[in-house]
Design a protein around this ligand. Structure first.
Ligand code: SAH
Ligand code: SF4
Ligand code: F3S
Length: 445
């Protein structure tokens, strides 16, 4: 700890997935310990960090655009420190200094716990600092995290990914799977419970393989069962599950638990077996369909969501139509849909028959049209029912309304009334369902 630095201000901008959100919380935690305070006004900051994502090219372009914008602030305040973190930092390393000379430091995904040392070095050296290790030295424990909200918190249970889906850059920028010791995870969750958090989301690129690096076969099921016993926590979520590794043991624990939410996010990626094989996903549509049947049999009220990529190399119109049909068969509550983006260094980037952008866009639109209709139909069936909602806070667009989520992870809005309810579990009657959001009224209030 250094007590020489006081009341400096920092802003941390985060792109990408929940892993990045959590890393940012750990950046903020470390920076607070050396005297920085958070500000969302970039022009008042002494330090700006951008935590980056490189999963698709569009994300990268947006981020480089944002980095470019910061040049103006640096011109006004030459003492401003600008740091780039996250997956794009891990991938592009010192290239970032060449593309953006106003950047002061670049910190990789394996160096998250080293931020305070790095900042001291930047402040003293007044020179560019690159801290990008090729692999993890150890798990980033004992790093204080300052969580964004007060109700719901992310807790990483494992880092990295071993799957090497052929389109995906994540294994290259996040390294191999490393599971955190169960005791550390439970301790962190108990602490969060004591601080008043009600919901936790266990994070990992492939949570279902938790513990496999320690030769535990049913590690994730065991972990869920342990987390379920932490009394002060009322809701448990997890992401992301790989369909190949989701198993009966996990479904059984979810079934027996009152706290683990009835929400299954299982990225299918494509509804065509030919494409799935080329993606190296390790399952077929038949396997996936059986898995969903098992889930629906055991947890009938479950919501099921997915991720889909359109325009993977070699995806003909006919194979794309298989995906459309698959959506209609499974009837997902929601699907997060992406246009395939070529990531250099991944096997798919050099596969033949890359699909033209216009075609990919048309497929995305067709997919969204089908899915939106299904999502709305499913949500409409909820009209009139009363659901348990965890209150997260005011609605972003309308502060006369409160926002919360159902156990099935649907966003719901209702009119604010009565005393402060953030963090409470309330009953809300759904009176108007839309594709992405439900609207309702407090029930029996
Ligand atoms: N580990 C998680 C998610 C990682 S990235 C999982 O396996 O589900 C989140 C989503 O981004 C993926 O599910 C995939 O649908 C999408 N994605 C990953 N790489 C992509 C690429 N090159 N182009 C388009 N979408 C991609
Ligand atoms: Fe990427 Fe596949 Fe790993 Fe998910 S499971 S992070 S899509 S390689
Ligand atoms: Fe993006 Fe890295 Fe997450 S590439 S999706 S921020 S793991």
């Amino acid at each position: 700890m250094q007590d020489t630095i006081q009341s400096k201000r920092m802003s941390v901008l985060t792109y990408g997935c929940q892993m990045n959100e959590n890393d940012s919380e750990r950046f903020v935690g470390q920076l607070k310990s050396v005297g920085y305070e958070l500000t969302d006004k970039l022009d008042q900051a002494d330090l700006i960090m951008i935590n980056t994502c490189c999963v698709r090219e569009s994300a990268e372009q947006k981020i480089y655009g944002k980095i470019g914008e910061l040049k103006r602030l640096k011109a006004v305040n030459p003492n401003l420190i600008i740091g780039i973190a996250g997956c794009m930092a891990q991938k592009d390393r010192d290239e970032i200094f060449k593309k953006a000379a106003h950047v002061d430091f670049v910190i990789g995904t394996h160096n998250v716990h080293k931020l305070t040392e790095l900042i001291a070095e930047v402040e003293n050296k007044k020179d560019k600092v690159l801290a990008v290790w090729d692999q993890a030295e150890r798990l980033a424990e004992d790093v204080p995290a300052v969580h964004k909200g007060k109700v719901s918190a992310y807790v990483p249970i494992m880092y990295g990914c071993n799957n090497f889906c052929t389109y995906c850059i994540v294994p290259y920028v996040r390294g191999r799977e490393r599971s955190r010791p169960m005791e550390d995870i439970i301790k962190e969750i108990e602490q969060l419970g004591q601080e008043g958090f009600k919901e936790i989301t266990l994070l990992g690129q492939n949570v279902n393989s938790y513990g496999k690096d320690d030769k535990q076969e049913d590690g994730f099921a065991q972990l869920l069962a342990r987390v379920d016993q932490v009394e002060s926590i009322e809701r448990i979520r997890y992401m992301t599950s790989h369909p190949r590794d989701m198993n009966q043991a996990v479904i059984d624990v979810i079934c027996q638990s009152k706290k683990i939410c009835e929400q299954f996010h299982l990225p299918i990626q494509s509804g065509s077996n030919r494409v799935l094989a080329k993606m190296n996903r390790g399952y077929t549509t038949e396997y996936y369909t059986k898995l969903i049947e098992q889930i629906r049999k055991k947890v009938p009220q479950a919501s099921i969501t997915t991720d889909i990529i359109v325009g993977f190399p070699g995806e003909t119109e006919e194979l794309f139509l298989e995906t459309l049909e698959f959506l209609k068969t499974i009837r997902f509550d929601a699907a997060y849909t992406f246009i395939y983006s070529k990531r250099s260094g991944t096997p798919a980037a050099t596969m033949p028959d890359q699909i033209p952008l216009a075609e990919k866009k048309a497929r995305l639109q067709a997919l969204m049209d089908v899915q939106n209709t299904i999502s709305l139909e499913i949500n409409k069936q909820l009209e009139g029912s009363v659901v348990e909602v965890l209150v997260e806070g005011p609605s972003k667009n309308d502060d006369t309304k409160l926002m919360g989520r159902t156990r099935t992870n649907k966003i719901i809005l209702w009119d604010k009334q009565g005393p402060e309810q953030v963090g409470q579990l309330l009953s809300v009657k759904i009176d108007h369902a839309q594709t992405w959001v439900l609207k309702g009224k407090l029930y029996n209030y």
